[in-house]
Design a protein around this ligand. Structure first.
Ligand code: FAD
Length: 462
């Protein structure tokens, strides 16, 4: 194979920021075949590829890149798909800088190989060319129920199906995909790509049942009677509240509600779609992770004139992916560092009209290793706002958990599992955000795979 050692990665073409703030179309425009090959040829094919070890699903990245460099996209796609059921999606949203790309040898002296965008290229290429895996499945007589169709449920269902189990996937919403559909906006993750990646579930014979809320219109006990094992991948879809005065005012949203209205219900296209959204001209978003960036960038696209990220630490500690933070700033989002909300102020007719913030400074590191934000007494000030979005994080939805009191949970409301991802109920497994409380797509995929392996062991009597 030809080896080139260019230090700079092949640039990704993007919609210019002044154009993209007026639409919800994808920001990155994707690699062409020629560009993907050129980027792949920068890879020096390490003997001991650290990128693979750092990948939560241990994708065979080196072999995948080698095939792209040779122009054998079909083989490269099949290699990617062996370990990752949704490469076009994870390639777009994984925090690669902390995983595969973070340990890439090329990154030591220049740019790391753009592994994420190469993965996305392959998924898109396969979609355009109608390429899928040819699977031979040896059927077994055991049945498994998977609850939730986010990344954890998808990977668990796919791996079990490939092993020959009859898999039924129950999803509460009218579409499959979890956060991939309702949370992450189309300008980061186009929905035709999500839809296409998910057709794979049906193609391999997973029985996908939408509009089925386990604990409401399907009971957990019924599933326990009907199925030989169960995987719970119900995510963490309930917002954490600020618990400050004024949170009940109109114009104050949880990021979940704001993003579901925009992404799932397409409020940006109201009245062609039925769901409206009220987004004012001065918007504050509390938090600085991916969810906060998504909410802020949606507000920009909904026409807000000033959009502020209000964060109690600094940009450096922001947990958002580098690319999202960079894109948000390019799009005019204003990052206000070292501030914390203390109360929200309302107008006489009940709408939010401002926020009281207190200034913070950075102290000693806390348990997360990041400097602890410390309040500066007497530094409170008022900022005028007409829309406020709370992106402080999420916890598992109580609906399912309250209806299954026999399932043990942690102090913060996550489902308790052992090292094999089995819950306290024998034969019932869980993974993804429902056990971790909000992590990443690839971590949820990894846990779905791990649970599938444990379920296979369990059903094989091991
Ligand atoms: P989810 O994706 O939450 O899926 C759970 C599914 O279970 C949902 O479809 C839900 O409807 C269904 N469900 C819940 N209860 C029931 C029930 N009782 N019966 C049936 N179905 C039920 N991660 C990244 O790696 N990169 C990013 O850029 C990124 N951006 C994000 C942006 C936003 C706005 C959000 C909210 C999260 C983001 N994340 C990102 C995190 C990532 O999306 C999650 O960690 C991941 O989706 C978790 O997968 P999951 O399968 O555990 O849960």
């Amino acid at each position: 194979m030809m080896v080139e050692t260019d230090k700079i990665r092949v640039p990704m073409r993007e919609q210019p920021s002044e154009e993209r703030v007026r639409n919800f179309d994808s920001v990155p425009l994707g690699y062409s075949e020629k560009e993907a090959m050129a980027e792949a040829r920068r890879c020096i094919q390490c003997q001991d590829p650290a990128c693979e070890t750092k990948c939560p699903v241990n994708m065979k990245i080196r072999a995948m890149i080698e095939k792209i460099a040779e122009g054998d996209f079909k083989e490269a796609f099949l290699i990617a798909k062996e370990d990752n059921p949704i490469p076009a999606i994870s390639g777009r949203v994984c925090p690669q800088e902390d995983q595969c790309e973070g340990v890439c040898t090329m990154g030591k002296k220049g740019d790391a190989i753009n592994i994420g965008k190469l993965g996305a290229f392959l998924g898109d290429w396969a979609m355009r060319n109608g390429v899928t895996e040819e699977l031979h499945i040896d059927e077994r007589d055991k049945k498994v129920a998977v609850i939730g169709s986010g990344p954890a449920g998808i990977s668990c269902a796919v791996d079990l199906r490939k092993l020959g189990y009859h898999v039924t996937l129950f999803e509460a919403l009218h579409v499959a995909g979890g956060v991939l559909q309702y949370g992450i906006p189309a300008f980061r993750l186009p929905k035709d790509i999500v839809d296409y990646e998910l057709t794979y579930l049906q193609k391999i014979g997973v029985d996908v049942r939408l509009n089925n809320i386990v604990g409401q219109n399907v009971m957990f006990d019924e599933l326990r009677r009907e199925f030989d094992a169960i995987f719970i991948g119900t995510g963490a879809g309930a917002p954490r509240f600020l618990k400050i005065e004024g949170e009940e005012l109109m114009g104050v949203y949880s990021a979940n509600e704001f993003l579901i209205r925009v992404n799932l219900m397409k409020a940006y296209d109201f009245p062609r779609h039925d769901t409206p959204i009220v987004c004012g001209s001065r918007v504050g978003v509390i938090g600085a992770g991916n969810v906060a960036m998504d909410a802020a960038r949606c507000a920009v696209r909904l026409g807000a004139k000033e959009v502020y990220i209000l964060y109690r630490r600094t940009k450096r500690e922001s947990p958002a992916r580098e690319e999202e933070l960079h894109h948000a700033l390019e799009e005019g989002v204003i990052f206000m560092e070292l501030v914390n909300p203390t109360k929200l102020l309302g107008s006489e007719d009940g709408w939010v009209k401002g926020i009281e913030l207190v200034r913070m400074k950075l102290g000693e590191p806390d348990s997360s290793g990041r400097p602890r934000p410390v309040k500066i007494d007497g530094s409170e000030f008022i900022m005028e706002l007409d829309t406020m979005v709370n992106a402080l994080g999420t916890v598992p939805n109580r609906l399912f958990l309250d209806r299954t009191p026999e399932l043990e949970t942690t102090s913060w409301g996550g489902i308790k599992v052992d090292e094999n991802l089995m819950t306290n109920i024998v034969g019932v497994f869980a993974g993804g955000d429902s056990t971790s409380g909000g992590a990443t797509v690839i971590q949820a995929l990894g846990e779905g795979k791990k649970a599938a392996a444990s379920i296979h062991d369990y059903l094989s009597g091991r």
